[in-house]
Design a binder for this molecule. Structure first.
Ligand SMILES: [Zn+2]
Length: 381
């Protein structure tokens, strides 16, 4: 059944030819966009929805979350807000809670967060393993993630489990764990950071994953300059995420690569780090994605709108850049072209704002502006 969405005050298509349209319409046919263009030329459809001058954009593509978890880290957050520094080790708290949870509890928690994100306009969501850190627990997390999320990443190399030997753990990740998890995931990732995995260990994990045909992603340059960006670019990772501390060489490497720089402003704020230098990356010609990094430790929000607002108000991105980075940019970071766009053939993932333009995302910070959402052509709200 085809649905005509009409009365669109401003339509963000992210398509270079269609551009941004005023007084536009959109036709959804089943799970895909059938037509986008000026309202006066819209074809007929079975059903008609008038959005009365509101802005319409592609659903958010959140390319970085960690939502297969149990438990809570409020106490750690409170300590951090009282002045304690963030360190990678807090992950172990979530690992204990996740291992202790039943499959049903993990599925329920994941679904609840994915629904929370969808209610705010997120229609494509990546999530990671990484709170299991045993063969069985990582395989379980990957299987559960695959039941709910659009994209699943293996992050067995999130942290060396407390008490384990780092090199032996990397052997396990590259061997038995990868074998068990690979059927459930498209991507592999490594936390390349002081306190997590060093350059040589990270390279081993990524190369082992690439040999099994998995795409690569890297957590890098979160807590200081380091080898993460360089490694990601060398291995043609789809994305290197965080990018909070970058050398000039890192920026140049990203600008001349196919690796997306994914910035995670909610995480930078929640860990009291500097905000990632998105403006510098964009000015150099790098591709920038915005993602939530939703996880219970360092960034407990599913709000892509918050990330967009922060990117504009505090990171000197324009509204158009920030909206692109949170939609098409996220899609680029997942090496997809079917999401993040509203043009014929794209997945029918539509976000209607209760505002006349996307500018209101930054102009009215903190105000919930999601009016309606379609995902794969089905209206969610
Ligand atoms: Zn992360």
């Amino acid at each position: 059944m085809a649905v005509l969405i009409t009365g669109i005050g401003e339509l963000t298509t992210n398509d270079p030819e269609l551009g941004k349209l005023r007084d536009a319409a959109l036709v959804l046919d089943g799970e895909t966009v059938a037509w986008a263009g000026p309202a006066g030329r819209a074809p007929d459809a079975d059903e008609r929805v008038d959005v009365e001058g509101r802005a319409v954009l592609p659903g958010w593509v959140d390319s970085h979350t960690h939502l297969v978890f149990a438990g809570d880290r409020t106490a750690e957050f409170e300590a951090r807000m009282a002045g304690q520094a963030y360190a990678a080790g807090g992950i172990a708290v979530t690992v204990d809670a996740t291992r202790a949870a039943s499959d049903e509890q993990l599925v329920e928690n994941l679904r609840r967060h994915v629904e929370e994100a969808a209610a705010q306009g997120t229609t494509c969501l990546e999530t990671k393993t990484g709170y299991g850190l045993t063969v069985a627990d990582e395989a379980r997390s990957a299987r559960i993630a695959g039941e709910v999320a659009d994209e699943v990443t293996f992050l067995g190399a999130h942290l060396v489990p407390p008490g384990a030997d780092a090199e032996s753990y990397v052997d396990l990740v590259c061997g038995e764990m990868l074998d068990a998890v690979a059927p459930h995931v498209r991507w592999a990732d490594v936390f390349c950071e002081t306190g997590a995995f060093d350059e040589a260990q990270s390279a081993r994990v990524l190369k082992a994953a690439a040999e099994r045909g998995l795409g690569l992603r890297v957590h890098g340059n979160q807590l200081g300059e380091g080898p993460g960006v360089r490694l990601a670019v060398e291995l043609d990772a789809a994305s290197v995420d965080h990018c909070t501390y970058l050398s000039d060489a890192d920026v140049e490497a990203l600008a001349s690569s196919n690796t997306v720089a994914t910035v995670l402003p909610a995480c930078d704020l929640s860990t009291r780090q500097a905000l990632a230098p998105a403006r510098r990356l964009l000015d150099a010609g790098a591709t920038v994605a915005l993602a939530s990094n939703a996880n219970p430790g360092s960034s407990y929000t599913t709000s892509m709108a918050f990330c967009v607002t922060t990117a504009v108000l505090q990171m000197r991105m324009t509204v158009d850049e920030a909206v692109w980075s949170a939609t098409a940019g996220g899609a680029r970071a997942l090496r997809r072209e079917d999401v993040g766009y509203l043009r014929p053939g794209a997945r029918a993932d539509v976000h209607v704002l209760d505002a006349p333009s996307t500018t209101h995302l930054a102009y009215r910070p903190g105000v919930p502006l999601t009016h309606a959402v379609w995902r794969k052509g089905a209206r969610l709200r």
